[in-house]
Design a protein around this ligand. Structure first.
Ligand SMILES: NC(=O)c1ccc[n+]([C@@H]2O[C@H](COP(=O)([O-])OP(=O)(O)OC[C@H]3O[C@@H](n4cnc5c(N)ncnc54)[C@H](OP(=O)(O)O)[C@@H]3O)[C@@H](O)[C@H]2O)c1
Length: 298
């Protein structure tokens, strides 16, 4: 089985390299395939043979995309327009296509976890590009799976885990919002689910039915504040007294005022993982177990 991975240095691409090492992997990093050169995508992909293409690329700088038109234009190509070219290429060549999307396609006004077919209504420019990218893939092919993931972290910076650990190491007080809820997801969890999916794809071959959109998150949810508190608790170890915590909770409104930002991030963007559990991985654990595993192994 020949698998081509778009992106190489990102958090997820690096984990996939470990989880998919039994397959014949080709990595196309930005030097080999810059998605901004949209007219070259077909030509570059045609140089390789692939059974599966996995797209780990993304322009994910939510603040910059919101506030800078050039950054938005770039994100719109990488997260959206380029996906049409890749999807058409995969459809024409009978290739299974896996790509990753985000909880930011939702407006966060719900109080119960979002299903794969819940109505999207992104509130940020980043979310709009990812939402349109999903629709562009699905309009151009059917042999594909879009995995929606959320609050991704790993050992590879930058991500929220890294930011909090750095501030803790420097003994800095940290203000974190306590009224936005989601599910922190390690890139190794996503890579593991992707590996399980590909194993199934290989064994089912022509009758494969895991298609469309699938939420890929562990169990449970939390706020950014409680997530940061758990990072601190694990980092400090058993003698840590919570009253010594450097992490202080604030509301999204206070955060916007203090840091002069007006981004409308979803208040509640928990994704329902029932489809994933039924089709790929039923023994999912709580998000906090995966965080502990990662922090305690490093
Ligand atoms: N990070 C999150 O919290 C989060 C949340 C929800 C969804 N997601 C989605 O999950 C997927 C993986 O995210 P991640 O956290 O692993 O991303 P990441 O660490 O930011 O990596 C981004 C990847 O995109 C590639 N890339 C950027 N611009 C490119 C261009 N012009 N041409 C080709 N490649 C380009 C980079 O390529 P190089 O390797 O060449 O540098 C890098 O490999 C993405 O689709 C992302 O949108 C992420």
């Amino acid at each position: 089985m020949k698998i081509t991975i778009l992106g190489q240095s990102g958090q997820l691409a690096q984990e996939l390299q470990k989880y998919l090492k039994s397959y014949e992997l080709t990595f196309l990093n930005r030097e080999k395939l810059d998605l901004l050169n949209i007219n070259k995508i077909n030509e570059v992909l045609s140089k390789y043979r692939h059974d599966i293409i996995i797209n780990t690329t993304g322009s994910n700088k939510v603040e910059e995309i919101e506030n800078n038109d050039n950054e938005y234009e770039r994100a719109n190509i990488i997260n959206n327009l380029a996906l049409e070219e890749i999807a058409k290429y995969c459809s024409d060549n009978d290739i299974y296509f896996i790509s990753y999307s985000t909880d930011y396609v939702f407006d966060g006004k719900q109080d119960a976890p979002y299903l794969e077919n819940s109505l999207t209504n992104p509130q940020t420019r980043y979310g709009i590009t990812k939402d349109q990218g999903e629709k562009r893939i699905l309009a151009n092919m059917s042999n594909c799976l879009i995995m929606r993931v959320s609050w991704v972290y790993s050992n590879v910076a930058p991500n929220f885990l890294h930011t909090i650990l750095n501030l803790l190491k420097n003994n800095k007080q940290i203000k974190v919002v306590s009224d936005q809820f989601g599910t922190p997801t390690s890139s190794s969890f996503i890579a593991f689910v992707t590996q399980q999916l590909i194993n199934k794809y290989e064994s089912y071959n022509n009758t494969f039915s895991i298609l469309g959109i699938m939420n890929v998150v562990p169990d449970g949810d939390t706020s950014w504040y409680l997530y940061a508190r758990l990072i601190e608790e694990i980092y400090r170890g058993t003698n840590f007294n919570l009253s010594d915590s450097l992490i202080k909770n604030i509301s999204s409104d206070e955060y916007s005022r203090i840091f002069n930002t007006s981004i409308n991030r979803p208040r509640y963007s928990v994704l329902c993982n029932t489809k994933m559990k039924k089709t790929i991985f039923k023994d999912t654990k709580l998000w906090s177990s995966y965080l502990r595993e990662l922090l305690e192994s490093t």
